[in-house]
Design a protein around this ligand. Structure first.
Ligand SMILES: Cc1cc2nc3c(=O)[nH]c(=O)nc-3n(C[C@H](O)[C@H](O)[C@H](O)COP(=O)(O)OP(=O)(O)OC[C@H]3O[C@@H](n4cnc5c(N)ncnc54)[C@H](O)[C@@H]3O)c2cc1C
Length: 502
């Protein structure tokens, strides 16, 4: 029996492992719910809620192909051992997962078990991330080529003798409570609907509106959880985007710009995951080691909690956190601002805030997440230091205060003109410190202090050599088609890859 082990690839279309396994013989499609994984500090009930819905649909789809999904609970090696005892395992198939440290170690155990038992394990590529990549030169061209290849169709599956097994609830997994009424619905159908509605209607204003948390809710694709858990494939999305671009009349500049910009983001997805694939320590250690002693490793609990609860006293910042708690999603710029405030204004080491955000994002994707967390905290050493001003961002991105009013009802008494700075309102004393907290930092002073500390490190003589090495290993190569791709001279050219800022 060919066992196809589903992980972050919960679909039947464009699934290389499933297609190849089906050619080799009867297939047992398997998902293993691993209790230890769900006890990790980056796991949350909203992730499981999304996955459970996706699994239910995957089970139906596989059933239509001939053999429904089998779900088992326990350590993967134990489940595989059980299948071997039943004489039911001749080869294991999966995708090449770039997961967190826990799944990396688990995969090493699975590999050792397979070697020991003489079971071949075929790991196939899931998207544009390469194992054992020697160099980033030519990466984007390779990515384009891979994405242009045809999608594997869903194979016919012969039924095999199997007990389907229940899909557990978050409570079964002791995942605790997590109120997220606005979480995106899991499953491939919902993902396809999002793709279609984005490319046909919602995406027209993408480039203009993506940075606003109000407009971004509908102007962004909202595909991230479907890509993160594999309900839709990167190749499907890329090909649908290219087909739409080709079909557009040349004069339609707004759509064209938006879809080009979207295409850049799809590259970013894999570009960032590639960093974790190449250097798994990105999840745990500062990419640039000169930052190691900069911030205290033990978080200031009171500051961290105020940030996590959206109670910092800065309305726009708090509104972003509250909306994230309630929906599981936030646009890119506001994610970057939350992280930057934690790292610069609150001077917290990125690990604890990063874990909180990982649990809050329904689309938690370790490769993108930890690379971005470090980038927004300034610890990569190769990106521009970007300290977002939470008051200015509010004025820029929520000029009418709609977003703040939605998420901070306790500011109802504050007049519109003071909504971004309620401490300046005539009635401030009635609201601040009672319904809404005092500011826990002075944003101008905190930003200045942080900038000085960061630049002190960047100006050290030994800073540059390490930064150059990081650039060579991880940075995107600009103007890739025209210029021979080599390490750029100045590391600050690399703040955002693939030609755009967001
Ligand atoms: C601190 C921080 C943490 C993040 N953590 C995650 C995460 O865990 N999972 C995740 O999918 N994205 C993460 N992002 C990237 C980005 O914010 C989200 O991908 C995006 O907001 C998802 O919404 P969307 O699908 O509507 O994106 P769109 O703007 O419609 O983009 C389409 C797709 O492109 C990819 N993409 C877009 N922006 C980025 C980016 N900056 N970097 C890498 N890929 C990108 C995503 O797969 C996204 O679904 C993080 C960003 C920051 C600043």
């Amino acid at each position: 029996m060919q066992v196809v082990w589903f992980k972050r690839d919960l679909r039947v279309v464009d699934h290389a492992a499933l297609a190849c396994a089906a050619q080799a013989g009867p297939v047992l499609p398997l998902y293993v719910v691993e209790p230890d994984l769900w006890q990790q500090p980056d796991a949350s009930p909203r992730h499981w809620g999304f996955i459970a819905q996706t699994l239910a649909e995957l089970r139906e789809e596989l059933g239509r192909l001939g053999q429904p999904l089998v779900v088992r609970q326990g350590a993967v090696v134990d489940i595989l051992e059980g299948l071997t005892r039943q004489g039911a395992l001749s080869a294991l198939w999966s995708h090449e997962e770039t997961g967190n440290g826990w799944t990396f170690r688990r995969d090493q155990q699975v590999a050792a078990w397979c070697r020991d038992k003489g079971v071949p394990w075929h790991e196939l590529q899931n998207h544009g991330v390469w194992r054992r990549l020697q160099s980033r030169d030519g990466w984007a061209t390779r990515w384009d080529r891979l994405m242009a290849q045809p999608c594997a169709s869903a194979p016919h599956l012969a039924p095999v003798e199997s007990v389907p097994g229940p899909i557990p609830t978050a409570r079964d997994l002791c995942l605790g409570s997590d109120h997220c009424p606005g979480r995106q619905t899991g499953g491939r159908r919902a993902g396809q609907e999002r793709l279609e509605s984005f490319l046909q209607q919602r995406g027209e204003q993408y480039q203009r509106a993506m940075s606003s948390p109000v407009e971004g809710v509908s102007a962004c694709s909202r595909l991230s959880p479907y890509l993160a858990w594999g309900a839709v494939s990167m190749r499907e999305v890329t090909q649908a985007n290219e087909a739409r671009r080709r079909a557009l009349p040349p004069a339609n500049k707004t759509w064209r710009k938006s879809l080009r910009s979207f295409s850049g983001r799809l590259h970013w997805h894999c570009h960032f995951i590639q960093k974790l694939e190449d250097e798994p320590r990105v999840e745990f250690e500062n990419l640039h080691r000169l930052y190691d002693d900069l911030r205290p490793r033990t978080p200031d609990v009171a500051r961290l909690e105020a940030w996590e609860k959206g109670e910092t006293g800065y309305p726009f910042l708090d509104a972003c956190m509250r909306s994230l708690q309630a929906t599981g999603w936030l646009n890119f710029r506001m994610r970057a601002m939350l992280m930057a405030v934690a790292s610069y204004h609150l001077w917290l080491d990125w690990r604890a805030p990063g874990l909180h955000l990982a649990r809050m994002f329904t689309d938690y994707e370790p490769g993108i997440h930890w690379s971005q967390v470090q980038m927004q905290s300034g610890t990569t050493g190769i990106n521009t230091v970007r300290i977002y001003n939470p008051v200015k961002q509010g004025f820029d991105q929520d000029p009418t205060g709609t977003f703040i009013r939605t998420w901070l009802p306790e500011l109802a008494q504050i007049p519109d003109q003071y909504l971004h700075e309620p401490w300046a309102a005539d009635n401030a004393a009635e609201v601040i410190g009672h319904d809404y907290p005092e500011r826990i930092f002075d944003h101008m002073a905190a930003a200045k202090a942080a900038r000085e500390k960061i630049w002190e490190v960047r100006h050290r003589p030994e800073f540059r050599a390490q930064a150059e090495a990081i650039v060579i290993k991880h940075a995107s190569r600009k103007n890739r088609s025209r210029r021979k791709a080599t390490a750029p001279k100045r590391s600050d050219q690399l703040s955002l890859p693939f030609g755009e800022t967001s």
